[in-house]
Design a binder for this molecule. Structure first.
Ligand SMILES: Nc1ncnc2c1ncn2[C@@H]1O[C@H](COP(=O)(O)OP(=O)(O)O)[C@@H](O)[C@H]1O
Ligand SMILES: [Mg+2]
Length: 307
């Protein structure tokens, strides 16, 4: 358990008849960026709210820093910064004034913290501009500033790049990455945008219909899934048996009666083709292909893809 800074065990949230999150077992490693990827309505916000004790799970457990969050919330929550819904900033105050107010409310003593945090997110200190005049990107930066102001060890950011323009996205990405690499923070970030998660996360969890379908490092994912050999054969059942029995692999997927994808690419194609032929599964085509990440997510989520 201590290997993971955040760990959930069969975490479930049911609203009425519907399970918004179902038996979720999530593992977040210290000092890394974990990207929770899923379409709108997949359950990302619900998961994050349960991690923060904002929503009570129907069943299952959350352990953060090795302790149960529901029995240790007073100790654990101050060590976490979060951005789940837009904080209620005051429109007629400046960014600096807003942060000051929140710092007082939360008992954060250090004035430098505000200056420092604003610098970090790229907003001016003591600027005269009122919050109501802020662009969406500035509002989002201020919201992230509020989440990191007390220098938490863990950051939980729900779709922090929503509504930002491309430059804003790239800037936010850079400082999120810096928070992780330079300050050693563990960051959980959600998004429905595949390319964003692929650019930012070290580890990825794919959630669909409340179910965590996959969880792996970006590195593993790229290694494991991008290359495959596509065989068109007369008998995929027979070909599957050959792969399992002769080549001792089950790292393949039968697409239909004639098409099979082998993700294990270290075995020479000629060897497999021969074995297929000898077993009576005739091969009409075999070629090496590369999946895009998008293809991979389509495969995992069973169809429609993400974004
Ligand atoms: N308070 C609630 N009451 C009933 N259903 C909810 C509530 N909050 C979320 N849901 C449902 O749970 C599912 C997951 O929602 P959510 O966690 O917001 O997904 P995401 O953040 O991935 O878009 C959705 O079907 C949503 O309608
Ligand atoms: Mg959401």
């Amino acid at each position: 358990m201590n290997d993971f800074i955040i760990k959930t065990t069969n975490l479930t949230k049911q609203y009425g008849d519907q399970k918004s999150v179902s038996n979720l077992n999530m593992h977040i490693r210290k000092g890394r960026i974990y990207g929770l990827l899923g379409r709108n309505g997949a359950g990302k916000t619900t998961v994050m709210k349960m991690l923060l004790g904002l929503t009570k799970p129907t069943s299952g457990e959350v352990h953060i820093f090795g302790k149960n969050i529901y029995t240790n919330s007073k100790k654990i929550l101050p060590r976490i910064g979060s951005l789940i819904e837009s904080p209620g900033f005051y429109p007629n105050l400046t960014g600096t004034e807003n942060l000051k107010l929140f710092a007082e409310l939360r008992g954060i003593p250090n004035r430098n913290a505000i200056k420092h945090t604003l610098e970090l997110v790229g907003l001016p200190y003591r600027d005269k501009k009122l919050f109501s005049k802020y662009s969406l990107g500035m509002k989002q930066r201020l919201a992230i500033a509020l989440a990191v102001m007390h220098d938490p060890e863990i950051l939980i950011l729900d779709e922090p790049i929503n509504g930002l323009d491309p430059i804003g996205i790239s800037e936010v990405r850079t400082f999120i990455r810096d928070l992780c690499t330079e300050r050693g923070k563990t960051i959980l970030i959600s998004s429905h945008i595949l390319s964003e998660i692929a650019l930012l996360a070290d580890d990825i969890g794919i959630i669909d219909n409340g179910i965590l379908l996959e969880e792996e490092s970006l590195e593993e994912l790229e290694q494991k899934n991008r290359k495959y050999i596509h065989f068109i054969v007369t008998d995929t059942a027979q070909a599957s048996r050959v792969l399992e029995q002769d080549f001792k692999t089950n790292n393949f997927r039968v697409e239909d009666n004639n098409s099979i994808r082998l993700y294990e690419t270290t075995i020479p194609v000629s060897k497999i083709t021969r074995a297929f032929m000898e077993s009576g599964a005739y091969v009409s085509e075999a070629h090496t292909c590369e999946d895009t990440l998008e293809d991979y997510f389509k495969k995992v989520t069973g169809g429609a893809g993400i974004a």
